[in-house]
Ligand binder design. Structure first.
Ligand SMILES: NC(=O)c1ccc[n+]([C@@H]2O[C@H](COP(=O)([O-])OP(=O)(O)OC[C@H]3O[C@@H](n4cnc5c(N)ncnc54)[C@H](O)[C@@H]3O)[C@@H](O)[C@H]2O)c1
Length: 271
């Protein structure tokens, strides 16, 4: 998600510092951005000069201190509240006073990250969808402590990125994932119960509901580990059995079958 958000922001004209824990992975993300832009040029969707300009606005670093002068930082690390809270402590120390510190979390309580900082009024959720370049929605998550100015600036940023933002209160899953994940989880339950095959479950929801992708293919795209983290956070908040992770999903994660990112999930991507 991090590299996708970097692409969207750079295309919108922002100067982007893409930070990863390892320089090689930050460099790899910038290289992947270059490949994505080159594809868009070859398909006639972007002209060459524009692609070069976008590339030139993105730099890669492993150093958190390199974010010091940013006006807005959007973290998109693993969906783990302790990891994110620790990152907010460090970002608050490093990033200039007044800058917005945002999270791309799918479900975690944004206010718990905000209170780790000395600027909770400048903390919001800026939740992009996957793939960030293609999906038009951004959920702007307002916590009990976010200021109106911060929410308005986050909305303006999303609009400048060509997205259609919606504003939502800080509840697990916000709008989309709170509604979507019971459906995805129940699709896995159906597969586990042998109600229908993988291909028939996906074909049914595409053909019957007009969805562009079936639920099992969508879980592979989201990442099964990320999906389990999202469901766990929803379950902790609402205690609704529809959010209780179906055993097959948890076992697949234990087996390293994480979907597209690992090469195998409900589908085999190595073939
Ligand atoms: N996958 C999706 O469809 C999707 C959509 C919207 C938002 N998100 C959110 O984006 C965030 C990242 O999800 P993703 O799907 O890109 O996950 P991912 O597994 O592809 O990437 C997670 C990144 O976090 C890094 N990371 C792991 N442990 C870390 C640690 N201890 N400290 C710092 N960095 C660490 C990893 O190196 C990796 O670069 C999550 O908050 C997720 O909820 C995901």
């Amino acid at each position: 998600m991090g590299s996708g958000i970097a692409e969207v922001a750079a295309k919108a004209g922002s100067t982007v510092v893409l930070r990863s824990r390892k320089q090689e992975s930050a460099d790899a993300m910038v290289a992947a951005l270059g490949t994505s832009l080159a594809k868009q040029v070859s398909r006639g969707k972007l002209d060459e000069a524009e692609a070069e300009a976008v590339n030139g606005r993105v730099s890669a670093t492993a150093d958190l201190e390199a974010l010091a002068d940013c006006d807005m930082v959007i973290e998109s690390v693993v969906e783990d509240l302790d990891v994110k809270k620790q990152l907010f402590v460090e970002l608050d120390r490093i990033v200039k006073h007044g800058a917005i510190l945002a999270t791309n979390t799918s479900t975690l309580p944004v206010v718990e990250m905000a209170v780790e900082t000395a600027r909770p009024e400048r903390v919001v959720g800026v939740h992009f969808f996957n793939p960030a370049a293609a999906m038009s929605l951004v959920e702007i998550v307002r916590t009990l402590l976010s200021s109106d100015e911060t929410v308005a600036e986050a909305v303006a940023f999303a609009e400048a990125c060509g997205k259609g933002p919606v504003v939502v209160e800080d509840r697990a899953g916000f709008i989309v994932n709170a509604l979507l994940f019971p459906y995805l989880n129940n699709a896995v339950r159906m597969l586990e119960n042998r109600t229908a095959s993988r291909d028939d479950i996906d074909a049914a929801m595409k053909g019957g509901c007009g969805f562009p992708m079936g639920p099992l293919a969508l879980l592979d795209l989201v990442g099964l580990d990320t999906s389990v983290a999202i469901l766990d956070a929803l379950y902790v908040e609402f205690r609704d059995p529809n959010y209780a992770v179906v055993p097959l999903l948890r076992r697949m994660v234990a087996a390293g079958q994480l979907g597209r990112k690992s090469g195998v999930g409900f589908y085999d991507y190595a073939k």
